[in-house]
Design a protein around this ligand. Structure first.
Ligand code: CAA
Length: 240
């Protein structure tokens, strides 16, 4: 049996492209999702990739979900923490729930999934953790104190966990996507998005596959000496 990878939020947008790329690399891929089961079934029919439903922001659900995957598919060798949500709004308008939910899912999800899988990787002496951060965690973004804080937290989490994993053959890296052509970015009001795109030197939104190629590299044996790094894939919008 080949290596097993789990991609959170792995049935749509960037996550779907990552699931497909890792499958093409020879991983047995499991895509976690939190939403619509009918859409997840359609995804499995189209891609041959199994799906498991749980909320990554729920600690116990992550432990139970990963245990189930290990029992039904096999031990998890690679985790891609991709699941993320936005609840945009200026601080003045943002509710505590909008703050808390984004921290719980986007940042808490990384902790929960790492807790559920790290010991197994350590025992087997090989592991890959790739956390999907954001340009907005690096540079900040008007109307996103919650999202920017969570994504910035992901970059710190990555560097700390990388130090813990290094001597066990576990690499931990982040990718910081810029504005990618997904439903999440399509939800930004068109006049706001136009101004953002005007500031991207490459002159367009990114494609989900352009993020997936980075994940594919970081999960490969070729990336064994890359750990604690952040790969910015943003069309030159923020050079960091
Ligand atoms: N800097 C300074 N001032 C700004 C500003 C900016 N970047 N953007 C807006 N303003 C000002 C406006 O000019 C306006 O000023 P006036 O009242 O004097 O005219 C004021 O702030 C209010 O602006 P809005 O009308 O836009 O305010 P709103 O309350 O209707 O909307 C918002 C606020 C929801 C945050 C909206 O601006 C928005 O959606 N912004 C985009 C946020 C964004 O980029 N989200 C990314 C989602 S995708 C993602 O997150 C993926 C990823 O990782 C990249």
């Amino acid at each position: 049996m080949g290596r097993i990878a789990i991609v959170t939020g792995g049935t749509r947008g960037i996550g779907r492209a990552i699931s497909e790329a890792l499958r093409d690399d020879g991983f047995t891929v499991v895509a976690n999702y939190a939403g619509n089961s009918e859409k997840a079934k359609a995804f499995t029919d189209e891609t041959g990739i199994a799906t498991y439903r749980w909320d990554v922001g729920d600690h116990q659900a992550c432990l139970a979900g990963c245990e189930q995957v290990a029992a039904e598919v096999g031990p998890i060798d690679a985790v891609v923490n991709n699941a993320g949500i936005t609840r945009d709004g200026t601080l003045m308008r943002m509710s505590y729930d909008d703050w808390d939910e984004v921290m719980r899912v986007n940042l808490g999800g990384c902790f929960n999934m790492a807790k559920a899988t790290f010991a197994g990787m350590k025992d087997r002496g090989w592991g890959r953790v790739v956390n999907i951060g954001s340009i907005n965690g690096q540079a900040g973004q008007y109307g996103q104190v919650n999202y920017a804080a969570a994504k910035s937290g992901i970059h710190g989490f990555t560097k700390a966990l990388a130090q813990e994993g290094a001597r066990f053959g576990i690499t931990v890296n982040a990718i910081a996507p810029g504005y990618i052509d997904t439903e999440m970015v399509a939800a930004v009001p068109p006049p706001v998005l136009e101004k953002i795109v005007a500031r991207i030197p490459v002159g367009r939104l990114g494609q989900a596959e352009e993020i997936a190629r980075g994940v594919s590299f970081l999960c490969s044996d070729n990336a064994a000496f890359v750990t604690g790094s952040t790969m910015s894939i943003n069309g030159g919008q923020h050079m960091y």
